[in-house]
Design a protein. Structure first.
Length: 607
């Protein structure tokens, strides 16, 4: 059975001290509100000062109110005065925020411009002074302690870091997007047009600011609370969390997969991962797209879910290795994700922008390079790649523009090559290459991490799952299309031809794809029994694309191992070193191995 909630256990330490900074805490991971409240009560009861300031900071969408209400009730029952300060009352207005971030939100339905703003820009110019003046004006009870609870995103900043006790309430992007489907609006805004706008504002404004802010303040916070299940929050100290992360970053790790339906989605992933029956389909699974995924950590039998970005923030050197850190900083550079069109439809005909364009137009960090590995197919299936010999910029542009205006379909294969896809094929997709997966494929994308910048050229005149026309981006697309990538060039350069790299007994490692304009390599391991390898001080990724089950075990410490099944992916950190891959199935199996190409030397830092 496909594991949807993989756990990553602490392996090298049996006990972590909770640290001395967080008051009255218990070691390990504590479960429930009944574990969260006592440390604060003990602190208040043991400190006779007139005012105790508490910050409840965290991610937008975390259920602050649940914790605030319980804390207030408990504190007042113990005869303490409680003053509540929500950060939202110091934010700029909806109109002010939309004006300030107008350059980033834009009027394009899909694309914005990544902001370089900070948490300060969400708040009124004198917010910290106003909050300080409000506190100074509080009437203090002479015979009891006054506890001031400041809560909401930016709480720690609003109080100028001057708190006696502090918490960070965190949730995943997956959680936030689920909340967007019901009631959650973008941070600080009074309304949203729809879910598309919510995601766009998150991607270009909210997440760049609030996730950067989390990195900046987390080391100064006492307690971390996983609020992904707000009925059962999980508490640990940030000191303990840091030690857990350092431990798990030394061994193979797997993120929590993130599934999503889509207009063209298929049925195979839905069956494979036992997804809800009421889902119409499943189009995507992220395995990982690092900014989108969370990861589940296990310590002494308890689990805590945190953003994978937080793991990368603290342990990027152990995970990526020194060379990759020099190229990418703490940004995980490669993604594995699935595109399922089996019993579904064609993807849109699309192209991805080049580095200079994506940087100047969208302030994006990294260009979107891709490849399609055909993991499964049903019947006759196809991949669309590059342009036909008769396609010109003028006739292609006019054809798709006319189709949009008249709602009359075009014969796409007059302009774009159609190649029959076979299981095990790899199609390379550098930026500027027109492409699409046809229906009845399960594609494993091995790509650079950037994922949002898909310029749709032609989408078969379809509407989205929300009933609205799917946006076409020909004005962005055509400046980025490489019109020299015609049929014979594509066949020679973008359709992989396996090359044997190494043999070990009955096992073979072959190179499927590597180009100077792709930052990643794609190797395929044909495994009968055992393969020995080494990370060579750089992160490695594996996916079991055919077979039953494999084990990856450290050659230096055989107690450190992971087992995984068909379609599951694991990251081997650079620090892992020498390892063996063991086939646990009854038949030979096949794995895809990927990492950063040794030939890639282009840094995106400060580009």
């Amino acid at each position: 059975m496909f594991e949807k909630r993989p756990t990553n256990p602490v392996r090298f330490h049996s006990y972590f001290d909770p640290g001395t900074a967080a008051p009255f805490t218990q070691p390990g991971i504590q479960i429930g509100y009944e574990a969260i409240i006592p440390p604060l009560l003990q602190y208040v009861n043991h400190n006779p000062q007139a005012i105790i300031r508490v910050a409840l900071d965290g991610a937008h969408g975390a259920h602050f109110a649940d914790l605030v209400d319980r804390l207030q009730q408990e504190l007042e029952q113990h005869d303490h005065q409680v003053v509540i300060i929500p950060t939202r009352q110091y934010l700029k207005s909806d109109a002010e925020l939309r004006t300030f971030f107008d350059r980033n939100i834009t009027d394009n339905r899909a694309f914005g411009y990544f902001t370089d703003a900070t948490i300060t820009d969400y708040f009124s110019p004198d917010a910290q002074d106003q909050a300080s003046q409000y506190v100074d004006q509080i009437t203090i009870a002479e015979d009891r302690t006054t506890v001031i609870l400041t809560y909401g995103p930016g709480a720690f900043w609003l109080g100028n870091h001057a708190y006696d006790v502090s918490y960070f309430l965190d949730v995943s992007r997956e959680y936030q997007q689920a909340e967007h489907k019901s009631h959650l609006l973008n941070f600080g805004l009074a309304s949203n047009l729809d879910e598309v706008e919510k995601y766009k504002i998150c991607l270009f404004v909210e997440w760049p600011i609030l996730e950067t802010y989390r990195k900046q303040v987390l080391d100064s916070i006492h307690f971390y609370i996983d609020m992904n299940n707000h009925d059962e929050p999980k508490l640990t100290t940030t000191w303990t969390l840091r030690l857990i992360i350092a431990d798990i970053a030394q061994a193979p790790m797997r993120v929590k997969p993130f599934f999503a339906p889509g207009m063209w989605g298929g049925q195979l992933l839905k069956k494979l991962a036992d997804l809800p029956q009421d889902w119409v389909n499943c189009a995507w699974s992220f395995e990982p797209i690092a900014p989108e995924n969370s990861i589940i950590l296990e310590y002494q039998g308890e689990h805590i879910e945190i953003p994978f970005l937080t793991v990368m923030h603290y342990e990027h050197l152990a995970i990526l290795g020194e060379r990759n850190v020099q190229l990418f900083g703490d940004y995980f550079p490669i993604r594995f994700d699935y595109l399922d069109t089996i019993e579904g439809g064609n993807l849109s005909c699309q192209v991805h922008p080049k580095q200079s364009y994506i940087r100047s137009e969208f302030n994006e960090f990294m260009e979107q390079q891709e490849s399609y590995y055909i993991m499964e197919k049903q019947g006759t299936s196809h991949v669309y790649l590059g342009l036909t010999d008769t396609c010109t910029e003028e006739n292609f542009y006019q054809a798709v523009k006319t189709a949009q205006e008249t709602a009359i379909p075009i014969p796409l294969t007059d302009y774009v090559n159609e190649f029959e896809a076979e299981k095990g094929d790899l199609f390379l997709i550098p930026t500027g290459t027109v492409h699409a997966s046809g229906k009845n494929n399960l594609v494993l994308e091995i790509s650079s991490t950037t994922w949002w910048f898909t310029f749709k050229i032609y989408d078969f005149l379809r509407k989205g799952m929300d009933g609205k026309p799917r946006p076409i981006n020909i004005d962005h697309a055509f400046p980025n299309i490489d019109f020299y990538k015609k049929t014979s060039w594509v066949q020679e350069n973008l359709i992989a031809k396996p090359v044997l790299l190494q043999s070990q007994g009955r096992n073979e490692m072959v190179e499927l794809g590597q180009r100077e304009d792709l930052l990643f390599y794609v190797h395929r391991l044909h495994l009968t029994d055992i393969w020995e390898d080494h990370t060579d001080h750089e992160m490695v990724m594996f996916n079991l694309v055919e077979g039953e089950k494999v084990r990856i075990v450290s050659c230096d410490n055989e107690s450190v191992s992971v087992e995984f099944r068909y379609a599951e992916s694991y990251i081997l950190p650079a620090a892992f070193g020498a390892y063996r891959v063991e086939n646990l199935g009854s038949q030979p199996c096949t794995l895809i191995k990927s990492g950063v190409s040794k030939a890639w030397d282009v840094s995106f830092l400060g580009d």
